[in-house]
Design a protein around this ligand. Structure first.
Ligand code: NAP
Length: 243
């Protein structure tokens, strides 16, 4: 992988990538990560994202998880992609120890229905949190709360800004949102997105796949500026931050 912007650097090492992708020393930082075709599809023909992803993209995804305190995911993506807690690997442990982080990032599932698999709820090397709204089924919510932390943020749907504040109160400062587009719409609409890491995979997919966000137009459109651009095998790894 090489850097094209802000400076040209050939052959970045894994340590270089850690430095480039590390979170800023700020109290709370919300980063989202997506992979997209050149024409904006974030789902492959199988309605999953893995079919758009490459080895290099998975390397970046793994690194972003290694740098995060919590991975926030929409319940539909968790169901479709059979999300499990993030594992603690040797490489991950070394990176996290060096940065003074816990052994593995926690997962946080955003859901109103609370239809979340037992394997995800059980947690792994770190607990799985549930972020929901007052409108979620009460008995199911109480049942889940006996097993794992539940954050109630918002009435009819999850208020993402409130959810971020609740995560920060629990010392989750390095927040990584892995989508999908419905959740991403709430993230953008909340005004709390600090950074978007976007992999442009060099294919044109056509079809009716979802885009990065799914929801009503955000007015005014959310402004971002390019912070860095990396490349490997014609695939572009862009990071955009708030101006
Ligand atoms: N290319 C990529 O990088 C990428 C990344 C992620 C996902 N994807 C793809 O995107 C597709 C799924 O996206 P999606 O938009 O349908 O689903 P999603 O955003 O993953 O999940 C939507 C669900 O999350 C919960 N949710 C989200 N925002 C909420 C809010 N503000 N309040 C309450 N609940 C909220 C609801 O769960 P309940 O239904 O449980 O109430 C909602 O139905 C999949 O095909 C997946 O493969 C692609």
């Amino acid at each position: 992988m090489r850097s094209l912007f802000p400076s040209f650097t050939d052959e970045l090492s894994y340590d270089d990538l850690i430095e480039l992708y590390d979170y800023p020393a700020k109290k709370a930082w919300v980063r989202a990560n997506f992979v997209s075709s050149l024409d904006g599809a974030v789902q492959g023909s199988d309605h999953k994202s893995a079919s758009l992803s490459s080895k290099a993209d998975k390397r970046v995804l793994g690194l972003l998880r290694s740098l995060a305190d919590v991975v926030v995911i929409g319940a539909h993506t968790a169901r479709v992609e059979d999300y499990r807690p993030v594992k603690s690997t040797d490489r991950r442990t070394v990176i996290r120890q060096r940065l003074g982080l816990s052994p593995a990032p926690a997962m946080a599932v955003v859901s109103r229905s609370l239809d979340i698999s037992a394997s995800l709820l059980e947690g792994g090397h770190a607990p799985t949190l549930v972020i929901t709204s007052e409108s979620s089924p009460k008995n199911r919510r109480l049942d889940i709360a006996r097993r794992t932390p539940v954050i109630v943020a918002g009435e009819t749907s999850v208020d993402f800004a409130e959810a971020v504040d609740a995560l920060v109160q629990r010392s989750f400062h390095r927040i990584l949102c892995e989508g999908g587009p419905t959740l991403m719409h709430s993230v953008v609409a909340s005004g709390r997105l600090d950074e978007l890491c976007l992999t442009w995979t060099p294919v044109i997919a056509s079809g009716d796949a979802l885009r990065l966000t799914d929801g009503a137009a955000v007015e005014p459109p959310y402004q971002l500026r390019l912070k860095q651009l990396l490349e490997e095998d014609s695939e572009l790894f862009a990071c955009y931050v708030r101006p």
